[in-house]
Design a protein around this ligand. Structure first.
Ligand SMILES: [Zn+2]
Length: 424
């Protein structure tokens, strides 16, 4: 049918780091097939398995409950009071106002803007409009809770800025990994229903999850795999926003260039330092990734969800002593520079527990520099309180980190309102 977009995905060869190192993240079974994945970097430290996190959390709490100077003065405090007083086990205050949420606007035609346009849809979800006409959605999750249950688990403290039905065009959906705050079966099903031609790009091991959900337009990729994508569009007048009867047609003004017949892009699956799981028995059986997307003259680096270095103490001195993940420098050298980085800045406290898998703002600035992004926006904050830091702390620490690293505090690596679009 003429209204159907066709996306052809072809594997391509680009340089990867030395071959002996590039597959070190595979765990092989006896027959040589891949049975899981690891972070092959000293920067992952002791890691973040369930037992490790529980042990570290317990140790963190115990240390925080050791007698304080107040108690030396004869004050009697319970452990919980000590924690509250020392502020060491914080339960973040999510009462409004927190991060402003506005209704997003999307371009009404594929060629409406000569700039790269990026719209934050909360947490790690970004919708990116390339001047070539390509429309990419990263880590779409529109549910209230990021958990296997609709009644249990972290609940949004900021609403999604729009519904999936408000997004007029989605050509490609890029998924960083299987955790519930990045991959939602309900959102994926809704996107597939409204945009049946959209192609999903996922890490190794996740393709079968999509196929069992009835989605065949899916390509799983390993770190350093690249694909070339050619999107053939239906005739301009047949182009529709979504495929709903009630959807508004995309209209363009007379002075805009006509919609292209073909759009090309290169999509690169790149490393990250993280983990994966959706159930009690699938830990690290699917690959976690960051991504590069290049179309025409513009390029985007999507950090997804990643750590940068594991620290063994809460104070800043631990940071400079810790080894950093070498992959980000490889990404910058081999796939950079990027016009825009979408880089995680939240869900980092306490550092002794979460640093292996979640960057804090200083780590994020270091990732930004390593990957050679020209500009960046902070993601992975402002939506679910997953960890102990205050919900508005990430942007504040981001400015401090930029200053510390000698980068301008505004206009280079920014944050925006949920639903806001920025041009690059
Ligand atoms: Zn995650």
């Amino acid at each position: 049918m003429a209204t159907t977009e066709v996306m052809i995905v072809t594997k391509t060869a680009e340089p990867a780091p030395a071959p002996e190192g590039s597959k070190a993240h595979h765990v092989l079974s006896r027959n040589g097939s891949i049975s899981g994945f690891v972070n092959p970097f000293p920067s992952f430290g002791g890691g973040v398995g369930l037992l490790t996190v529980a042990r570290k959390m317990l140790w963190y709490v115990l240390r925080a409950t050791l007698p304080t100077p107040l108690e030396a003065d004869g004050l009697s405090l319970t452990g919980v009071h000590r924690l509250a007083l020392t502020g060491k086990l914080n339960s973040p205050d999510t009462k409004p106002p927190t991060v402003p949420v506005r209704r997003p606007t999307f371009l009404q035609s594929r060629t409406a803007s000569p700039a790269l346009r990026a719209t934050w849809l909360g947490h790690a979800c970004y919708h990116v409009e390339f001047p070539t006409g390509l429309r990419v959605l990263f880590d779409p999750v529109f549910e209230s809770r990021c958990s296997p249950f609709s009644f249990l688990g972290p609940k949004r403290y900021t609403p999604p800025p729009c519904d999936i039905s408000d997004i007029p065009v989605v050509d490609a959906v890029v998924i960083s990994h299987s955790h519930y705050d990045h991959l939602s079966s309900t959102s994926v099903a809704e996107i597939h229903k409204r945009h049946p031609d959209a192609h999903f790009f996922v890490g190794l091991g996740l393709e079968k999850w999509f196929r069992s959900a009835g989605i065949d337009k899916v390509t799983e990729m390993d770190w350093w795999d690249d694909v070339d994508v050619t999107l053939t569009l239906p005739k301009r007048e047949q182009e529709q926003a979504g495929h709903d009867d009630d959807a508004k047609p995309l209209s363009s003004s007379p002075n805009e260039p006509p919609a292209p017949e073909r759009i090309s892009a290169r999509i690169s699956c790149l490393p990250a330092q993280h983990t994966s799981s959706r159930t009690a028995i699938d830990k690290d059986t699917t690959l976690w990734c960051s991504w590069g997307v290049r179309s025409g003259a513009h390029s985007v680096y999507f950090g997804g969800d990643t750590g940068y270095r594991a620290v063994d103490a809460e104070d800043e001195s631990a940071r400079e002593a810790a080894p950093v993940c070498p992959s980000f420098d490889d990404i910058g050298t081999l796939r950079g520079p990027f016009d825009l980085g979408l880089i995680p800045i939240g869900a980092y406290g306490p550092r002794t527990v979460f640093s292996p898998m979640h960057a804090d703002p200083t780590d994020a600035v270091d990732i930004f520099r390593d990957t050679r992004c020209k500009k960046a926006m902070g993601i992975h904050w402002g939506t679910w309180a997953l960890t102990t830091e205050e919900v508005l702390e990430p942007p504040r620490l981001l400015r401090q980190a930029l200053k510390l690293r000698g980068v301008a505090e505004t206009g280079v690596f920014d944050v925006c309102d949920i639903g806001e679009s920025r041009e690059f």
